[in-house]
Each structure stands twice: as structure tokens, then as C-alpha cells.
Design a protein around this ligand. Structure first.
Ligand code: ZN
Length: 194
């Protein structure tokens, strides 16, 4: 089941996973569009539909486990793992760095797919990749629902995204929305959440 960009966008619009307004991204840059993937995962049926399409692309990697960065990647990681028929862990920040807690432990040589909801710079994904490799695991692929880098990010392994979107963003000092002075920029992301 390969979905078209239009079909995927329809699901996002239906679940209000695309927000329009004035936002501060994790990078500190401003944008008029924000992909709020959490809104997609409010709806189990739509989540299963999109993650199922992604899981189809991921099957060829014969992964043994899915690992995702908290918080954004947790629900998606669970659903992709469920559809692939493999277990899943999530990594979380402790003292600023990504760690596996709660008795989660990777075995050496394990084939891992790292799953994140939205990739912008890929920072969290790269941290989780390093964490898994330090445990001796092998990263066979990275997957996300949305690639906001517009294909610019390079993980050094195959990367599957359902939707590749290049959303314009601006340095805060050069933001046209700020200049218009209409609405203050808001930060809808989850980094820094305890
Ligand atoms: Zn702005």
C-alpha cells in the first residue's frame, strides 16, 4: 500500500496535524507552518494507516527492534513495531543525554530501526543512533512520518519518510511574521519537557 503525498496530507489535515500560524521551531528559527504529529497520534486508526504504509517500506530491513526518542517518537515507534511484529524501546533524556532506562537493554549485533515522528535537523535521531551503536547494535534504517529537512538530512543509513516537506523557516531577526507584528511566535514542540 503506497500512499501518495496527497493521501498523507489529507490525513494530516483531518487530524489537524498541520498547524498554520507563527511558530518557533526547535532550532530557534521561525515558521508559519508546524507539523504537529502528536495530533495524528490522537487517532489510533489514522496512526495505524500511516504507520502501516511506512512499515511496508521498512520490512525489507529485517529489523529486530524499533528504538525511538522520547517524547515525540514513542507512540509512532510502538505502532511501527506492532506492524513489523518486533518489540520496541524508547530512549529518553537523563542529564541532557539520551539513555535507555526502565530495564531496556539492546543486545550486541541487534538490527535496529530508529523511528522519530518529525525529522527537522535529525539531532535526536543521531543521538539515539549513537546510543544504540554504543550498545553494539546495528542501525539498519531510520524512519519518520515527516521529513521536514526536504531530503537534506543524512543519517548514513537508509532513511524512509512518508512525507518530505520543505517548510520555509527564518532566523528570528529576519522573520516576516515578526516584522508584521501580528501574533507572537509560540513553541509547540516537546524538547525540554521533563
Ligand atoms: Zn517570527
Amino acid at each position: 500500500m503506497a500512499l501518495t503525498d496527497e493521501q498523507i496530507l489529507q490525513v494530516f489535515k483531518k487530524t489537524e496535524g498541520i498547524l498554520h500560524g507563527h511558530f518557533v521551531l526547535t532550532s530557534g528559527r521561525h515558521s508559519d507552518t508546524y507539523m504537529q504529529c502528536a495530533k495524528l497520534f490522537v487517532h489510533p486508526e489514522e496512526s495505524a494507516y500511516l504507520c502501516g504504509a511506512l512499515a511496508e517500506k521498512l520490512r525489507e530491513f529485517n529489523a529486530e527492534i524499533v528504538v525511538s526518542p522520547a517524547v515525540g517518537g514513542i507512540i509512532m515507534g510502538y505502532e511501527v513495531a506492532r506492524q513489523l511484529g518486533v518489540p520496541n524501546f524508547f530512549a529518553e533524556r537523563e542529564g541532557g543525554s539520551m539513555t535507555l532506562r526502565r530495564g531496556f537493554a539492546l543486545k550486541a549485533g541487534m538490527r535496529v530501526i530508529v523511528v522519530e515522528d518529525v525529522v527537522t535537523t535529525g539531532g535526536s535521531v543521531k543521538e539515539v543512533m549513537e546510543l544504540c551503536r554504543n550498545a553494539g547494535a546495528e542501525i539498519v534504517a531510520v524512519a519518520s512520518v515527516v521529513d521536514r529537512s526536504g531530503g537534506q538530512v543524512d543519517f548514513g543509513v537508509p532513511y524512509c519518510a512518508l512525507l518530505s516537506m520543505e517548510v520555509k523557516s527564518y532566523e528570528a531577526s529576519e522573520c516576516p511574521l515578526c516584522r508584521e507584528g501580528k501574533t507572537p511566535a509560540v513553541k509547540p514542540g516537546s524538547r525540554g519537557l521533563k
